[in-house]
Design a protein around this ligand. Structure first.
Ligand code: WTA
Length: 641
């Protein structure tokens, strides 16, 4: 595999300009991990210093950093920049779905908005430790709401705006949120009235803990407002003071919960705490994106996912960034939208998902070349492996061979980036997240838990040592935290990904080793989708498999058996799609549904997914060992289709 050295004209602002720099940083972190993290932690403001740097113990599944340190995340993301004379600096450049509308929010403005809303929350009875749900699209109020929670010590739980009302309800109930913040309608691409408030209305009465629903008026459409429960954003802050002191939080006080899919049915509430998470996101944001005070930064993620939390809200804002936040979609009004925005706002650092690149690449280069992209300095990707064609397109056409590509590997659970090239130091190879960041110690294990030291041999990717941004628990279910992450390979953090190390020591992620799919960079559990399909009328059983999809990376292929007497039909197919949309959301809809008379099962009744995977991938020449099948004739009927 060809190695790409750092582009000739690239000069790091952070100052890591050689591979030796990087190696010595990594060595320093390895030799004395506590001193390393202690020096990193000084980058943020603490009200009180910690007493111990790292109190984590993997053998007990216990993660704890910067014990007894006191700080506030919202203070670090706003107030301290103002104290440093950056009050007038633009924090957010909000680019509306409508290309003619954008709005700037300075750090002074942000402080005022956050303080007003934080006081509104207090007036509504929200206290430190209470959970608040945020169900919104990409509008500035979403970020204001998150920071307002952090300011008073309330724990936010952001639910991605495309999730259905059922999914919203389950998440609100799991963490017993007292208050929900939403908007009348979402506005994205040609969809001008995504029913956010209506979705909330459908389930609010089924959420016993929920007392208040705050609604931003985005579309201005007339909405049903329930007396005593619903209130508009403006009414909510009306009469509140614009001063709200930041609550003193312990380093280990929860900052947020974010639900993510695992291999079993119910999504997990991944819990992150204040000190370690903020230190880690702030540090990695600067290091990986080579962030410089004058840069304009743009991460195209949604705040509903971890990338939005770590690399739109907490990492960048704690570094006093000026950043674009974008309400719309890459193909509206046309396929040049991303590049038009880069030109308009002179974006220097651009961070997106490979799936978006694949979708845009196939529309041709003319959408790109008509814009001036010379401001770009660093290009990043996240969420899924980036394959060679889109890597080269990104490097050549978007970056004009001048910009290092940072392929960042990490997870909701890791809080921040664990592996990525550092621009300026680490030569890249298309498709490899290259090397771990300093302080991160990965290993590849075999089935028995022994380390694989041979090169180019795939195994399970684990971390053998904690880092400050690591999740602390599954909200309300610590046993699940232990079972999921610390029981497969005791003494290590089990990532759920497969990987191998090549001859240069570079890491290659081969994908999930559990039943989790990665569809357009969105994490979806097969069990969740199977459960949703099973709720459609006439369905007996479903098995869901991921298959290679040109644009989505992975597409969802569903094998479905129907109840006796029910015939496969276009109506049933439609019903399955709408049931999945209702229970999870449109992003979890299968791309292919194959009706079949039976699923391949072992004698003990376990579905042999390996065989279904081969059929879904059209690799039917060799189905492997089928001798343990209870009923081998099932295979023939599956292949007939
Ligand atoms: C996958 C997203 C290859 C991986 C930040 C991981 C990647 C899961 C990459 C986490 C990458 C993420 N290369 N695979 N650069 N980044 N993944 O929790 O399988 O939504 O376990 O976090 O995405 O997805 P999550």
């Amino acid at each position: 595999m060809k190695k790409y050295s750092v582009p000739k004209n690239f000069q790091s602002s952070v100052g890591y300009n050689t591979f030796d720099n990087y190696q010595s940083l990594r060595e320093k972190a390895k030799q004395d991990s506590n001193s390393y993290w202690e020096s990193v932690a000084k980058r943020i403001d603490w009200f009180d210093k910690w007493t111990t740097v790292n109190n984590s113990d993997y053998s007990k599944a216990h993660i704890e950093w910067f014990s007894n340190g006191k700080l506030n995340a919202s203070y670090n993301c706003i107030d301290r920049h103002i104290e440093n004379g950056l009050g007038e600096k633009i924090a957010l450049i909000w680019q509306s779905n409508d290309p003619t509308i954008s709005k700037n929010v300075s750090y002074n403005d942000l402080l005022e908005k956050v303080s007003l809303f934080a006081n509104g929350l207090k007036r509504a009875g929200i206290k430190k430790g209470d959970r608040v749900c945020i169900y919104m699209q990409m509008i500035p109020e979403a970020i204001v709401a998150m920071l307002a929670c952090a300011r008073i010590g309330a724990v936010h739980s952001v639910v991605f705006g495309a999730f259905s009302s059922d999914a919203l309800k389950n998440r609100i109930n799991d963490s017993e949120c007292k208050l929900l913040i939403t908007q009348d309608n979402g506005v994205r691409g040609l969809k001008f009235d995504i029913p956010m408030k209506e979705n909330a209305d459908k389930i609010a009465d089924d959420c016993p803990s929920l007392k208040t629903v705050v609604m931003v008026e985005r579309s201005g459409n007339e909405m049903f407002m329930k007396e005593g429960r619903d209130i508009t954003w403006n009414q909510f802050i009306d009469g509140c003071s614009s001063k709200c002191p930041a609550e003193v939080m312990d380093a280990e006080d929860p900052l947020f919960i974010l639900y993510t899919s695992g291999s079993t049915g119910k999504p997990k509430g991944v819990m992150h705490t204040t000190g370690g998470y903020l230190v880690y996101t702030s540090h990695t944001h600067e290091l990986v994106f080579d962030y410089h005070q004058d840069d304009v930064y743009w991460c195209t993620a949604d705040i509903g996912w971890i990338t939005g939390h770590s690399y739109i809200v907490y990492g960048p804002l704690s570094n006093a960034v000026t950043q674009v936040i974008f309400e719309g979609v890459p193909n509206y009004p046309d396929f040049g939208r991303f590049w038009q925005i880069v030109e308009q706002h002179k974006v220097n650092v651009f961070y997106t998902a490979p799936t978006a690149l694949r979708a845009l690449m196939k529309e041709g280069d003319d959408w790109v070349t008509k814009y001036d992209l010379s401001s770009l300095k660093v290009l990043g990707t996240v969420g899924e492996p980036i394959k060679s064609p889109e890597w080269h397109w990104y490097f050549n056409v978007i970056g004009n061979e001048q910009c290092p590509i940072v392929d960042t590997w990490w997870q909701t659970e890791t809080g921040g980036i664990l592996m990525s090239p550092i621009p300026g130091c680490v030569p890249t190879k298309p498709g490899s997240a290259t090397l771990p960041l300093p302080g991160i110690i990965p290993a590849i294990l075999d089935e028995e838990g022994n380390e694989i030291t041979e090169r180019n041999t795939t195994g399970y990717l684990v971390m053998i040592q904690s880092w400050p941004g690591q999740m602390r628990t599954v909200y309300g279910d610590h046993q699940r935290f232990i079972d999921t992450y610390f029981s497969q390979a005791p003494g290590n953090y089990f990532t759920g990904d497969g990987a191998y190390i090549d001859e240069d020591g570079y890491f290659w992620i081969t994908g999930r080793v559990d039943d989790v799919l990665n569809v357009s960079g969105h994490r979806i559990g097969t069990a969740e989708v199977e459960g949703a399909i099973g709720a459609a009328s006439g369905v007996a059983e479903a098995a869901v498999i991921g298959y290679s999809h040109e644009i989505k990376g992975e597409g969802i292929y569903a094998f479905v058996t129907l109840m006796t007497g029910v015939e496969a039909s276009a109506e049933i197919e439609q019903d399955i799609l709408s049931t999945v949309t209702k229970i999870i959301g449109p992003h979890a809809k299968p791309s292919v549904i194959q009706f079949c008379s039976g699923l391949p099962k072992t004698r003990s009744g376990k579905i042999m997914r390996r065989i279904l995977k081969k059929i879904a991938q059209n690799e039917t020449d060799d189905l492997g060992d089928t001798s343990t099948l209870a009923d081998p004739s099932v295979i023939d009927s599956l292949l007939e289709k």
